[in-house]
Design a protein around this ligand. Structure first.
Ligand SMILES: Nc1ncnc2c1ncn2[C@@H]1O[C@H](COP(=O)(O)OP(=O)(O)OP(=O)(O)O)[C@@H](O)[C@H]1O
Ligand SMILES: [Mg+2]
Length: 466
C-alpha cells in the first residue's frame, strides 16, 4: 500500500511534533515537521503537502498566519489548527478563513487520524468532481444546503457519519428533537452524494390529509378522484435520480406505510387511479422526532418499513449536548442576520458577556432553530453594536447564574434536570407575577401548599418581589 498523503506539522514544541508525526506515520502518512512557523511557509512552497496541521499559538507567526500563507500558496491545501481551550474561539473563526477544522488539545490519535482522513478524502473528491470545498464546514454545499456547523465532539461524530453515509446509497433514518437540524443533515447527505445534481425533494408527512399525501407522493391519473382533471406525477417520480426526504415519517397512515414499503421494495410507483408501474430510482432519507422502535412495538408503525428505512440511523444530539457549539452557531447567525438586516454600518453586533453567559446556560428545548430565532430577533431589536440582555426573549432573562453552562454530551439525566429547573423557574415567576408576589394565592392557584412555593422561591433566589 502506498502513502496516504503528505502532511506538514508545525508546532514550536518539539515534543508535540514528535507525537503527531508518530501517530500519523502509523496510518501511512508521509510526515514533515517544522518547529519554526516562518520556515514552515518555505516548506509548504517546496513540498506541497496536502494537509498542514499547525499549532495556533507560536512565536513569530501564529497558526492563522500559517493558514493564510498556505492558502495563498496553494488554495487546495487543507489546514487544521491545533488549539488549546483558551484560544478555541480564534480557531473557530479560522474556519471562515478556510481552515478545514480545528482540534482541541489534548487530542487522541483517533481524532488526529480522523481529521487527516477527512482532509485527504476531500482531496480525492476535488479531483473527481471539480473545485468545490468539501470539509463539513467548508462553505455552501453543491445542492444549495447551508453548511452544517459545529465543533463539539457530538456534532463532529454526526458530520463524520454524514460524510460516510453520503458515499453510500443506503436509506437513512434521522432522529432528533425538533430543531436539531434533521432536514439540514438530509440535505447535506444529498448534496455530498452522487445524486447531488438530481433533485432533493422534502415531503412533510404530517401536514397533509392522508389522501392528498398519497397523491402528492405517488401522483395520480386523470379522473382518479373528483377534481383530478389532469394526471400528475408524484414526488417520487419528480425526484428521479435524487433523494426524497420524508419528514415526520411516523405521521404516515397504515395505508400509506404499506404503499411506501412497496415502493421501497419494488422500486416502482403506481399513480393513484393508474395501472402502469413507473420505475423510480430514489434514495429515501426519513426523519422522526418520535421513537419509531417504540411505535413499532405499539403497532402504529410497520416494522418491515422501519427496517427498510433504518438502514443507517443517525441521531442528532440536542443543542444542549453540544457545548461550545452554542457560541459558534450564535456567531454564525449573528453574521448572517447582520448582513440581512443589521445596523446600516454593516458591522456585526457583538454579544455582551451577560448575553453569552445566558446563551450557554439556557437548555434550548427548541435547539438550533430556537437559537437562530433568538439571534434573529436580537439583531432586529438591537440598534447599537452590542446585543444586550434586554434584546433576548424573556425566557432567557430567567436563566440564573448558578445554572451550569451546557457541556458537551450532557447526560440525559443532567439535561432533563436543567430543563426542569428552568421550567420551574419560569412557571414560578409567571405565577408570582400574576398574584403580585403573594405566595399564598400563588400556592392556591398552583394547587400546592404555601411551603412548597416558599421553598421554590428560595431555591431560585427570587426574593425580589418584582
Ligand atoms: N449544525 C448546524 N449549523 C448551522 N445551521 C443549523 C445547524 N443545525 C440546524 N441549523 C439550522 O437550524 C434550522 C433548523 O434546522 P432543521 O430545519 O434542519 O431542523 P429539524 O430537525 O428538521 O427541525 P424540525 O424538527 O423542527 O423540523 C435551520 O434553519 C437550519 O439551517
Ligand atoms: Mg424538519
Amino acid at each position: 500500500m502506498g502513502i496516504a498523503g503528505k502532511i506538514l506539522i508545525v508546532d514550536d514544541e518539539p515534543e508535540a511534533l514528535e507525537n503527531c508525526s508518530r501517530i500519523l506515520k502509523r496510518f501511512r502518512y508521509d510526515c514533515l515537521t517544522e518547529h519554526d512557523p516562518i520556515r514552515a511557509v518555505d516548506v509548504i512552497k517546496r513540498e506541497r503537502p496536502g494537509l498542514v496541521l499547525t499549532d495556533l499559538c507560536m512565536p513569530g507567526l501564529d497558526g492563522i498566519g500559517v493558514l493564510n500563507a498556505a492558502k495563498q500558496l496553494d488554495p487546495a491545501v487543507q489546514v487544521v489548527l491545533l488549539t488549546a481551550h483558551a484560544t478555541v474561539q480564534t480557531a473557530v473563526t479560522s474556519m471562515r478563513q478556510g481552515a478545514l477544522d480545528y482540534i482541541l488539545k489534548p487530542f487522541t490519535g483517533a481524532e488526529l487520524e480522523a481529521v487527516a482522513r477527512r482532509a485527504f478524502a476531500g482531496a480525492g473528491e476535488r479531483c473527481a468532481g471539480g473545485s468545490e470545498p468539501v470539509g463539513p464546514t467548508a462553505g455552501q454545499e453543491k445542492g444549495g444546503a447551508a453548511p452544517m456547523l459545529g465543533g463539539s465532539r457530538a456534532i463532529r461524530e454526526v458530520l463524520d457519519l454524514v460524510n460516510k453515509v453520503a458515499r453510500t446509497d443506503a436509506n437513512v433514518l434521522i432522529y432528533g428533537e425538533s430543531g436539531t437540524g434533521k432536514e439540514l443533515a438530509a440535505q447535506t447527505i444529498h448534496s455530498r452524494s452522487l445524486r447531488a445534481a438530481r433533485p432533493f425533494v422534502p415531503v412533510d408527512c404530517v401536514s397533509l390529509p392522508d389522501t392528498l399525501l398519497e397523491s402528492e407522493l405517488f401522483g395520480h391519473e386523470r379522473g382518479a378522484f373528483t377534481g383530478a382533471h389532469t394526471s400528475k406525477p408524484g414526488l417520487f417520480e419528480m425526484a428521479q435520480g435524487g433523494t426524497v426526504f420524508l419528514d415526520e415519517v411516523s405521521g404516515m397512515s397504515q395505508n400509506l406505510q404499506s404503499r411506501l414499503l412497496r415502493v421501497l421494495q419494488e422500486r416502482q410507483v403506481r399513480r393513484v387511479g393508474g395501472i402502469r408501474f413507473v420505475d423510480v430510482d430514489v434514495r429515501v432519507i426519513a426523519a422522526s422526532n418520535q421513537d419509531l422502535e417504540q411505535a413499532c412495538r405499539q403497532g402504529t408503525f410497520r416494522e418491515d418499513l422501519y427496517f427498510r428505512l433504518n438502514v443507517i440511523p443517525i441521531a442528532l444530539p440536542p443543542l444542549r449536548a453540544r457545548g461550545g457549539d452554542i457560541q459558534l452557531l450564535a456567531q454564525e447567525f449573528l453574521t448572517r442576520f447582520a448582513r440581512r438586516f443589521g445596523p446600516a454600518s454593516g458591522v456585526v453586533p457583538e454579544l455582551s458577556p451577560d448575553v453569552t453567559d445566558r446563551l450557554v446556560r439556557y437548555p434550548w428545548p427548541g435547539n438550533v432553530r430556537e437559537l437562530q430565532n433568538v439571534i434573529e430577533r436580537a439583531v432586529a431589536l438591537a440598534e447599537g453594536p452590542v446585543i444586550r440582555v434586554e434584546h433576548l426573549p424573556e425566557r432567557l432573562h430567567l436563566v440564573s447564574a448558578d445554572e451550569p453552562a451546557q457541556a458537551d454530551a450532557a447526560s440525559f439525566k443532567d439535561a432533563k434536570q436543567q430543563a426542569v429547573r428552568l421550567f420551574e423557574r419560569t412557571f414560578l415567576v409567571d405565577l408570582l407575577k400574576r398574584h403580585g408576589g403573594h405566595m399564598g394565592r400563588a400556592a392556591r392557584e398552583a394547587g400546592v401548599d404555601r411551603k412548597t412555593i416558599e421553598r421554590m422561591v428560595k431555591r431560585h433566589g427570587l426574593r425580589d418581589k418584582r
